[in-house]
Write a new protein. Structure first.
Lengths: 281, 237
C-alpha cells in the first residue's frame, strides 16, 4: 500500500525505529565564479530512521548531492545541524559509505584490490582480508572477475564492485548519489533488484539520491520530493508495498505517476519563476 | 641515399664521408682507453648520478609545491623560470663555483633536471581526480594514509611522463657540458669535441648519442605504456 504522508511534517514514525540520520534547519550556499551566490539548500529538516530506505528526488540542481555530501561528512552546512545518532557529523568515516555516480574504483588496483583496500583501512587482520574480500565479491557476483583491472569490467560490473567495496566497510549508513545514472535501462533494473536484495539482507540505513521516479518508488520506504533550487523538502510519500517488489506493481505505478505529476509541476513553477524575473538569472 | 650522394662525389668526403668510412671509424674506435665504450660509460654514469640527485630533489620540491600555495607561488615560479633557461647557460657560473671540474658538469645536468621533475611532480599531484580522494575519505582514509595509498599511486602516470622529459633535458645538458670539454674524465661529448680532425668519427659519435637516446627513451615509453595499459588509460591504436 502507499499513501501520501500528510501533514508535511516530514518526520518518520520514530516509534518504529530510532533516528539514524537527521538534518535540522540546514542551509547551504555556494559562491560561484562571478561573485554570484547560489543558494543550494534552504532550511532543510528531515530524519531517516535506522534501517530505513529513503530516496531523495528532485529537479536537477536542487541540492540532492549536497545533502548526501553533508551526511558523508565531505561538506559542512552553513547553518543548521547534520546528525548521526544524535551527534554532529564533522568528518567522513567508514560508518557512512558513499556510492558515486562514477564507481570511483582505483584504476591502479584490481577489483579485489579495491575491496581489500577498504578492508585494510578498517584494520582487518591480514589473514582475514583475502577471505572477507572474496565474500563481498561473491555477494555481488564478481568472484570470476576479481583479478581484472576496473577498466576491464562492464559499466554494471564496475558499479557492483563499488558496491562491494562500500559494503566491505560494514557501514551503518549507505549513501548513494545517482549511482546508476549513467547506465542503460536494463542494467539499471538488474542492479536495482540486486540492491534491493542486499539491503533486505543487511538492513543498513540507506539514503539514495536519484532523479528517476520509478527507481525511487521501486527501492524506497519513503520518497522525499525536493523543490527546485534552493532545495527544500516539499512532499513525501511512504511506500509500504512489501518486498521483493516488482516493477509492474500497479500500486507502485500509481505512486510513480503521482510523484511525476508533482515534480513536473515543481519544475514548471521554477521555470516560470525564472522566466518572470529574467534580471535575477 | 647517403651512400649514393657520397659515391657520386657530389659532396667531397671531407664534408660528408661515406657510410663505410663512418662504420670503420665506429668499429676501430670502439675499444681502448680513448674508445667509444669507455666514453659512453663515462657519460651514462654521470647522467645516472646527476639525474638521480635531480629526481630526488625535484620530487621533494614538487611535493612542497603541490602541498603549499606559498611554495607554489615562490619556488614554483622559480622552477618555471629556470625551465626557460637552457641548462648549459649555467656552465659559466658552475665553473666559477666548482672550477672546470666534473662537479661543474654534474651541476649543469642536475640544474637541468630539477625543474622538469619538480613541475611534473606538482602537476601530477594536482591532477589527481578529487573523486579518488573523496572515495578514499569516505572509507576512512586520512592524512598520510590518504597521501600514501591514493595520491601517490594516482599521480604515477603523470610523474613518469615528467621523468621522461627530465632525462632528455639532462642528457642534452650533459653532452653540451662535455663538448665544452671540462673535467678530466672521458665522455661522449669530450670525444665529439676531440674528433674535429676526424669527420667520420664525429658522425659515428653522433650516431651513438642518438642510439643511446633512443634506447633510454624506449625504456621510458615501454614502462609508460605498461602503466597506462594497466589502468585502462591507453587508447587502443
Amino acid at each position: 500500500m502507499s499513501e501520501r504522508a500528510r501533514p508535511l511534517s516530514l518526520v518518520p514514525d520514530t516509534g518504529r525505529a530510532p533516528v539514524k540520520l537527521s538534518m535540522q534547519h540546514v542551509s547551504r550556499a555556494f559562491t560561484t565564479g562571478a561573485r554570484a551566490r547560489v543558494e543550494a539548500l534552504r532550511d532543510v529538516s528531515f530524519e531517516v530512521g535506522a534501517g530505513e530506505f529513503v530516496c531523495l528526488i528532485g529537479p536537477s540542481g536542487c541540492g540532492k548531492s549536497t545533502i548526501l555530501n553533508m551526511f558523508a561528512g565531505l561538506e559542512r552546512p552553513d547553518e543548521g545541524e547534520v546528525l548521526l545518532d544524535g551527534a554532529a557529523i564533522t568528518e567522513p568515516g567508514p560508518d557512512r559509505a558513499l556510492l558515486f555516480q562514477d564507481p570511483a574504483l582505483f584504476p591502479w588496483l584490481s577489483v579485489r584490490g579495491n575491496v581489500e583496500y577498504a578492508l585494510k583501512l578498517l584494520g582487518t587482520p591480514a589473514d582475514r582480508i583475502h577471505d572477507t574480500a572474496e565474500g563481498w565479491l561473491r555477494r555481488v557476483h564478481l568472484t570470476a572477475f576479481a583479478d581484472l583491472q576496473p577498466h576491464e569490467l562492464s559499466g554494471g560490473m564496475r558499479h557492483r564492485a563499488a558496491l562491494a567495496r562500500a559494503l566491505a566497510c560494514r557501514p551503518e549508513v549507505l549513501l548513494a548519489d545517482e549511482p546508476f545514472g549513467a547506465l542503460d535501462a536494463q542494467m539499471r533494473e538488474i542492479l536495482q533488484h540486486e540492491l534491493q536484495q542486499v539491503w533486505s539482507e543487511l538492513g543498513n540505513t540507506f539514503v539514495f539520491v536519484t532523479h528517476n521516479v520509478r527507481e525511487a518508488t521501486f527501492l524506497a520506504d519513503r520518497v522525499i520530493v525536493l523543490s527546485a533550487r534552493p532545495g527544500t523538502p516539499i512532499e513525501e510519500y511512504r511506500i509500504t508495498t512489501p518486498r521483493p517488489r516488482r516493477f509492474d506493481d500497479v500500486l507502485l505505478r500509481s505512486v510513480v505517476l503521482d510523484i511525476h505529476d508533482h515534480l513536473s509541476k515543481e519544475v514548471t513553477r521554477a521555470a516560470d519563476e525564472e522566466g518572470l524575473r529574467p534580471d535575477l538569472a | 641515399m647517403w651512400w649514393a650522394v657520397t659515391a657520386s662525389g657530389l659532396i667531397p668526403p671531407d664534408k660528408l664521408p661515406s657510410p663505410a668510412d663512418v662504420w670503420n671509424a665506429f668499429t676501430s674506435n670502439l675499444s681502448g682507453p680513448d674508445g667509444l665504450l669507455v666514453a659512453a660509460r663515462g657519460s651514462l654514469i654521470r647522467l645516472a648520478f646527476a639525474l638521480g640527485v635531480a629526481v630526488v630533489v625535484g620530487t621533494l620540491i614538487g611535493f612542497a609545491m603541490a602541498a603549499s600555495v606559498l611554495v607554489q607561488r615562490s619556488i614554483g615560479t622559480l622552477m618555471t623560470a629556470l625551465q626557460s633557461l637552457p641548462s648549459i647557460a649555467w656552465l659559466p657560473l658552475a665553473i666559477v663555483w666548482f672550477g672546470p671540474t666534473e662537479r661543474a658538469v654534474m651541476f649543469v645536468v642536475f640544474i637541468g633536471g630539477v625543474p622538469a621533475v619538480a613541475i611534473a611532480t606538482a602537476v601530477s599531484i594536482r591532477q589527481v581526480p578529487p573523486l579518488f580522494t573523496r572515495a578514499a575519505r569516505t572509507m576512512g582514509a586520512r592524512g598520510w594514509t590518504l597521501q600514501r595509498t591514493v595520491v601517490l599511486p594516482a599521480c604515477v602516470p603523470g610523474y613518469w611522463s615528467g621523468l621522461q622529459q627530465a632525462w632528455a633535458v639532462a642528457w642534452r645538458a650533459l653532452l653540451a657540458a662535455e663538448i665544452i670539454r671540462i673535467g678530466a674524465a672521458r665522455g661522449l661529448g669530450h670525444l665529439l669535441e676531440a674528433s674535429a680532425e676526424n669527420i667520420s668519427l664525429m658522425i659515428a659519435l653522433m650516431g651513438v648519442i642518438v642510439v643511446i637516446g633512443l634506447a633510454i627513451d624506449t625504456f621510458f615509453s615501454v614502462v609508460d605504456r605498461r602503466i597506462r595499459r594497466r589502468r585502462g588509460l591507453l587508447v587502443p591504436a
